[in-house]
Design a protein around this ligand. Sequence first.
Ligand SMILES: [Zn+2]
Ligand SMILES: [Zn+2]
Length: 155
Amino acid sequence: MPSTPSLLAQVKHAFPHLSFHEGSDFHWDYATQTIVYPSVLGDGQWSAQLLHEIAHAELQHQSYNRDIELIGKERDAWEYAHSHLAPRFNTSIDNQSIKSAMDSYRDWLHARSTCPNCEATGLETKKHLYVCPACRHEWRVNEARLCGLQRYTIK
Ligand SMILES: [Zn+2]
Ligand SMILES: [Zn+2]
């Protein structure tokens, strides 16, 4: 059996001020101070992602105003999970997992910021509004939750 259930028990014990709920995907909800995790157990990626969500909690990450801020928060959460949380819970997060997660965020940002009209890179001038510096086209993007893109990309 994987050690995942015991890691969950450990983190619940170590962070009694946080709520933990099973849900469809991993995410951190600042408003309710809740970590949501999927039930699928098994590989090291699950443990790494759980610690990553706790890092968001420990860093008290809230929603973001610009897409680029999301990238920064994700990076900070991975660094904190890697350097502080994994050693504390006697586990490790391999650099390749972090790199693939960060690559997925960058791909996501690239897709959002590419002008649908001329494919230049747009600027996010207001929350969820991009403007193309080349052709002046404007487009809106959807709200994205921290970590919500993970499910597409972790292999
Ligand atoms: Zn354009
Ligand atoms: Zn995250």
